[in-house]
Design a protein around this ligand. Structure first.
Ligand SMILES: [Zn+2]
Length: 413
């Protein structure tokens, strides 16, 4: 076994800090939206680092990036390690970036140790994991796995009406390889937890066995614009009042399906958004999740009932995404679990609360994840923070698991 091989934690930390300078925000976070100029700069830096580490970098039709370190066996499918380099508008330094740069650190370590693997190792940067600029999230790993089609992805629009396809062309990352054609033997993702469980239990490694299901909705509530002073309270059709009732319903439903059910209204647009006009239209989003798909279906029914019962305004509910729960591959989970045990650090098995690229990829390729704690469970926030020791420990688990899965060989020097 390769149990004494270790990554360079200081180098990993330094790379994360350097990447965080691109689209850095005053509060210590990053606002690096998909297919922005900052995304382009991040891709260039990533490419330079990978090429310096001897990798060949390619990208597919949706700009998903693959940096390949060759193995001894030309027929072996690559063992891939990766995540995403895009962030939320007020995101942190670690969400996604850690997983990509942990893959890079594994490759750099293999180079330092002069270790050759049977299977090639690839580092992956999935385009548009966050879904903040172009909904839905995990869009391009989703196309890769066959959950969405290519045209759907290319036609996504941001708030300004710019399309994903045009913006991808603009930054020069519309490759020729069809999305989904790239082959992997396995895909491993490292990530911060984005929740409080590991920290609360003083554990360092989360061995992720799968991801929970989620449903996303776009809701349009249509009432009637009217003067706020001369329109009596009776007979109004106030879209915001109706929307507010539905927001409370989402919370009530999530609590009723607890403790595993969660529900959130995170985005609201009020029209005309004027102090002295009764709101005639409100558009908002709903995000509900549960590890059991049947229970998630029950939450969906309850939300539809609440929307149908609203009297004051017309409610149109459009479910834009249903992502069923996913179970990770036993062999990949086993490799990560063995590495976690081997680390001597406290660890646990868990289902991921957040969606991740690995949850999409797992529908097509054997996949698994390792997660590490983040301070106060906080993520999608500029104050997001992970301890260098924890990031290093998670990366060592990735190294061990990748070596196990790629059947490492020592290079004769
Ligand atoms: Zn992420």
């Amino acid at each position: 076994m390769s149990s004494n091989h270790r990554i360079n934690g200081a180098r990993l930390w330094q790379s994360i800090m350097e990447m965080a300078r691109i689209d850095a925000l005053p509060g210590g976070g990053c606002g690096r939206l998909t297919l922005s100029d900052g995304d382009l700069e991040a891709r260039k830096l990533f490419t330079r680092w990978c090429e310096d580490a001897g990798c060949t970098v390619t990208y597919d039709r949706l700009g998903n990036m693959f940096a390949r370190r060759e193995g001894r066996d030309p027929d072996a499918l690559p063992i891939a390690i990766g995540s995403h380099l895009d962030t939320q508008p007020n995101g942190g330094k670690f969400d996604g970036v850690y997983g990509v740069l942990a893959g890079l650190e594994v490759v750099r370590t293999l180079n330092d140790l002069r270790l050759e693997t049977d299977a090639p190792i690839e580092i992956v940067n999935w385009t548009n994991e966050e879904g903040a600029r172009f909904a839905p999230a995990m869009l391009c790993s989703g196309v890769y796995a066959g959950l969405f089609d290519l045209e759907f992805a290319l036609s996504r629009e941001d708030a300004e009406g710019l399309s994903f396809g045009d913006e991808l062309e603009r930054i020069g990352y519309a490759g020729s390889e069809p999305c989904g054609a790239h082959q992997f033997g396995a895909f491993l993702e490292g990530h911060i937890e984005q929740g409080p469980v590991l920290e609360a239990n003083e554990e360092v490694i989360g061995v992720v066995t799968g991801g929970q299901g989620q449903r996303w909705y776009d809701v349009t509530v249509t009432g009637r614009d009217a003067h706020s002073g001369s329109t009596p309270m009776q007979g109004r059709s106030d879209a915001l009042v109706a929307a507010a009732r539905l927001v409370q319903e989402v919370q009530r439903i999530a609590l009723a399906y607890g403790p595993d059910g969660v529900g959130t209204v995170g985005e609201v647009h009020v029209s005309p958004n004027s102090r002295n006009t009764i709101p005639g239209e409100v558009r908002f989003t709903i995000d509900v999740r549960h590890p059991d798909d049947a229970v998630l279906g029950g939450m969906d029914n309850a939300i539809r009932r609440a929307a149908a019962e609203e009297q004051e305004a017309k409610v149109v509910l459009d479910m834009i995404w249903h992502n069923p729960p996913v179970k990770f591959d036993g062999n990949c989970v086993g490799a990560i679990e063995a590495a976690a045990k081997n680390s001597g650090l406290p660890w646990r098995r868990m289902v991921s609360g957040a969606g991740h690229d690995a949850c999409q990829v797992a529908r097509k390729v054997p996949a698994a994840m390792v997660i590490v704690p983040c301070r106060d469970g906080l993520s999608h926030n500029e104050a997001e923070w992970a301890e260098p020791d924890h990031l290093e420990a998670g990366c060592n688990v990735l190294l061990q698991a990748a070596l196990t899965l790629s059947r490492q060989m020592v290079l004769a020097s």
